[in-house]
Design a protein around this ligand. Structure first.
Ligand SMILES: Nc1ncnc2c1ncn2[C@@H]1O[C@H](COP(=O)(O)OP(=O)(O)OP(=O)(O)O)[C@@H](O)[C@H]1O
Length: 414
């Protein structure tokens, strides 16, 4: 998902509200079915060793829920009217890539059986059979593509459609690279905490990537729905462990995610978390500087913001911020725009405030993860161990508390 606020430095502020339009294309004309709502985020305090930083209001726009679903399958257009999507339509249109085609035109370009389906270079076995795909409604807008819900072979899936820009060769190359990157990564990564790849395909106008569908949406959506209420600690630590295990696997393969954030962490039916969005992931290259569009500032390591060389440790930094989000339930640097947050992180060494009652082991993980010196940040294998200790400590404390409770309130025989 796209982050509110401009990318730092010197990029245009695209932070404006838009509405999400859902069209009933089975009627042969556009009919607006839903409209986005805007959500304002109030200010909070951040720390800089006791000092405070400038505050401003950051706005996020979230989509509205709509019970209408439209299914478009390969044979033609069909309407399915009584479905309820469990995930809100969260379409933040502050994109770097503007989409010329509307939601339905994009979907139609993909499902058009008269245009040829091109094979996937080196990954032909992953080419999806469009006859088995049913398209549902668009439910999210990423930086590089629009997300639709649908089914493949009867299984619920998320379909990311990327539009091939017609008259902009450099943009087309960037998106082609993004597409190939994501397919290559997803086809390689197999882990219980990494979103499962189902397949991909290319058409003359569009590319698509199909993955298993996460019913619970993203961690960010989940936290927003809870209105900043904290997540039960046991669950927060369990979910953090899921992320850390997935990332230990990614790093074990010598890869960097580069865009680890709560928008890219998906919640499944059993509350487990899987990491998604490998569009900007890379094989680790020590000397590389980041491109300004990569990642999102609230979660971004200082060396990446500053375009300095970076390593896998940028993901560890981002994980520290995600852990803080899970523990507090809040958006990091909520009182600042993304650019202000980037400035504060780099120039004032500002980090989110850790609650006073935080378990020492969790405090230690966060502070080490977001240390300005990447070498101080622990590897994910170590983070997994520390979180496992935290999990045990929480379970023991709960058991002790329950025991104490039973002793002070002994059961009475009526
Ligand atoms: N498999 C899925 N199931 C449910 N929701 C998903 C799934 N994949 C992605 N999403 C939702 O769609 C949003 C955008 O997806 P994704 O991050 O893949 O797009 P993107 O174009 O790469 O965006 P960005 O680079 O801004 O993160 C995610 O933040 C998440 O909320």
């Amino acid at each position: 998902m796209l982050e509110g606020g401009a990318k730092f430095p010197g990029l245009i502020d695209l932070n404006k509200h838009t509405t999400d339009n859902y069209y009933d294309f089975s009627q042969g004309f556009y009919h607006k079915l839903g409209e986005g709502t805007n959500m304002s985020i109030d200010s909070m305090q951040t720390s800089n060793g006791g000092g405070s930083v400038a505050m401003s209001i950051d706005n996020s726009s979230v989509g509205s829920n709509d019970s209408h679903t439209h299914i478009l399958n390969h044979q033609g257009l069909k309407r399915r009217s009584n479905d309820n999507y469990s995930v809100q339509h969260s379409v933040n249109r502050r994109g770097r890539v503007t989409h010329a085609l509307s939601d339905d035109a994009l979907a139609q370009a993909l499902m058009d059986s008269s245009s040829p389906t091109e094979g996937l270079e080196n990954f032909d076995e992953w080419t999806i059979d469009l006859r088995k795909l049913s398209m549902g409604e668009a439910f999210a807008q990423g930086a590089f593509g629009k997300l639709y819900r649908g089914t493949y072979n009867g299984e619920d899936v998320a379909i990311k459609i990327l539009e091939r820009p017609e008259n902009d060769l450099s943009k087309a190359q960037l998106m082609e690279q993004q597409f190939q990157q994501e397919v290559m990564m997803l086809a390689t990564l197999k882990h219980p905490n990494i979103v499962r790849f189902i397949g991909a395909c290319r058409k003359p106008m569009v590319w698509c990537i199909v993955t298993e569908y996460a019913k619970g949406g993203s961690v960010r959506q989940f936290l927003m729905k809870r209105h900043n209420r904290t997540v039960p600690l046991k669950l927060a630590v369990k979910q953090a462990l899921d992320v850390a295990r997935g990332m230990a696997y990614v790093h074990g393969l010598g890869l960097i995610h580069r865009d680890l954030k709560s928008d890219n962490l998906l919640i499944f039916g059993d509350k487990s978390i899987k990491i998604a969005d490998f569009g900007v992931a890379r094989i680790e290259v020590q000397t590389e500087g980041m491109t300004p569009e990569t990642g999102t500032y609230r979660w971004m390591a200082p060396e990446m913001i500053q375009h300095r060389p970076y390593t896998q440790k940028v993901d560890v930094y981002s994980f520290g911020i995600v852990l803080w989000e899970l523990i507090t339930g809040m958006l990091p640097f909520q009182n600042m725009t993304a650019v202000q947050a980037a400035f504060a992180v780099v120039n004032k060494n500002v980090r989110p405030i850790i609650p006073n009652d935080c378990l020492p082991v969790l405090r230690e993980i966060m502070t080490r993860c977001w240390d300005p010196n990447p070498d101080v940040r622990p590897p994910f294998a170590e983070i997994v161990g520390m979180l496992e200790n935290a999990e045990t400590e929480i379970l023991t404390t709960v058991r002790k508390a329950r025991f104490r409770c039973c002793m002070t309130q002994p059961m009475t025989a009526d």
